[in-house]
Design a protein around this ligand. Structure first.
Ligand code: NIG
Length: 420
């Protein structure tokens, strides 16, 4: 087993869960950000962190020359399996049109006619883009196939990328839109999604998701899909309250979903319902680095790039945090509402526009994403964590917000190996 010493770290954000302050849940303590630090990687995991002056010897040494190191971003919401382009829809939106769920069918047509090999190359290219921006844990979804054959094809592609160590989490989103061939037969499509399609896809994914929104699936239909997924032992995720108060947030909190994403339109009762879930204890998931998918808080996942690209009201991340809810920041990379995987941009936007502090935003994009995925092995650099490092070309992480838009990703390490 070889060891690598990384030295010359001006600011090391371990965000080590062992150093959480129980009196300030969700807060970052001084001990979780070390100055003039070093770390040692062994066997792809963090073996030691501490003051540079006390660093042990190792087989190899890398000197970062005074740069800041964060845990790699944990992007808990993306839709990377698609072909086609919706730039014209984006331009129309910038000219005043509003976003509607119907645009999904444009991507569905293009995705259904793409070859398996072409889709694989597209997804791999998009993962490489995400990694180049500092993302080291990535969830992605099916949801542009919407037939048993095409949803299964997408799920198999995702599970093979997970097996190859390129991707981390796969989600089944057959309930993304009622496809054209089921027009006026939505209930029949819900039967398919929660019956034959689920049976085909479930063995290859860990999560099920539903777009609970006007123009997609109503709360009753969404509940039917989610309950079927839970019965198939999948963890629950919900797209909720993106375009209005869809009922998605209430449903997610009530069913114990791991995450409800978008959350642009929230009333006081939605915020209270999410905050109330923060007290739900997590439970071990039976596999190393994983928590049970059906225990723990319903994380409110905000998607700042999507909010900007759809000119939606920004999700009330500040209010959610102040109320005590658990939050995550994700990219929602997809061709319709957020064609970017740039998590640093999302973090910057959360600071500049959503009024989070830098520490709150970094934590939401690392520990928050990990909680939304029920993972304990990523999102922090405590001892034993996967050695996923995001090295900034800056002496302090605050430069992410202080120098918005600058290319500050200097190096990216995943499982102890340089990826970018
Ligand atoms: O998360 N909201 C639903 N799904 C995607 C958008 C899909 C699309 O428009 O292609 C999202 O924003």
């Amino acid at each position: 087993m070889t060891s690598t010493l990384i030295s010359g770290i001006s600011e090391l954000w371990t965000l080590d869960p062992a150093l959480d302050d129980p009196a300030r849940p969700g807060g970052t303590t001084e001990e979780q950000v070390q100055r003039e630090a070093a770390l040692v990687i062994e066997d792809g995991r963090i073996a030691w962190t501490g003051p540079a002056t006390r660093a042990p010897a190792a087989d190899d040494t890398v000197d970062l020359d005074g740069r800041a190191v964060l845990p790699g971003w944990v992007d808990s919401h993306s839709h990377l399996v698609f072909d086609g382009d919706r730039a014209a829809e984006f331009e129309a939106r910038m000219a005043g049109q509003s976003y509607s769920a119907g645009g999904i069918s444009v991507t569905t047509d293009a995705t259904r006619s793409a070859s398996e090999e072409h889709l694989r190359e597209l997804v791999r290219g998009r993962i490489a883009e995400a990694v180049a921006g500092g993302t080291t844990t990535l969830e992605t979804k099916t949801g542009y196939g919407l037939t048993v054959e095409h949803e299964l094809q997408a799920a198999l592609l995702l599970s093979s990328l997970i097996a190859d160590g390129e991707l981390d989490e796969a989600t089944y989103l057959g309930a993304h839109l009622v496809p054209r061939e089921f027009t006026d037969r939505a209930e029949e499509y819900v039967d398919l999604v929660s019956g034959e399609m689920l049976a085909a896809v479930a063995p290859h994914v860990r999560w099920i998701d539903v777009f609970c929104e006007q123009g997609a699936f109503d709360p009753e239909q969404s509940e039917r899909v989610l309950r079927a997924g839970a019965a198939a032992s999948l963890g629950l995720r919900v797209h909720g309250n993106q375009l209005g108060r869809s009922g998605g947030v209430e449903l997610a909190a009530e069913l114990g979903a791991a995450s409800v994403d978008h959350v642009n339109h929230l009333g006081a009762s939605d915020i209270e319902a999410l905050a109330a879930t923060a007290a739900r204890p997590t439970a071990p998931g039976g596999a190393p680095g994983r928590l049970a998918v059906d225990a723990g808080p319903t994380v409110a996942t905000v998607l700042p790039a999507c909010d900007l690209s759809t000119r939606a009201p920004l999700a009330p991340a500040r209010e959610l945090l102040d109320a005590g809810a658990a939050i995550a920041i994700a990219s929602n990379c997809n061709p319709g509402t957020s064609f970017t995987s740039a998590m640093s941009f999302c973090v910057t936007t959360a600071v500049l526009q959503m009024h989070l502090s830098l520490a709150e935003a970094v934590r939401a994009a690392t520990r928050g994403g990990a909680l939304a995925l029920r993972r304990t092995d990523v999102g922090h650099l405590g001892i034993g964590a996967r050695a996923d490092l995001h090295v900034l070309d800056a002496p302090a992480a605050v430069h992410l917000a202080y120098r918005p838009g600058m290319p500050l990703t200097h190096q990216v390490w995943r499982s102890g190996r340089r990826r970018a």
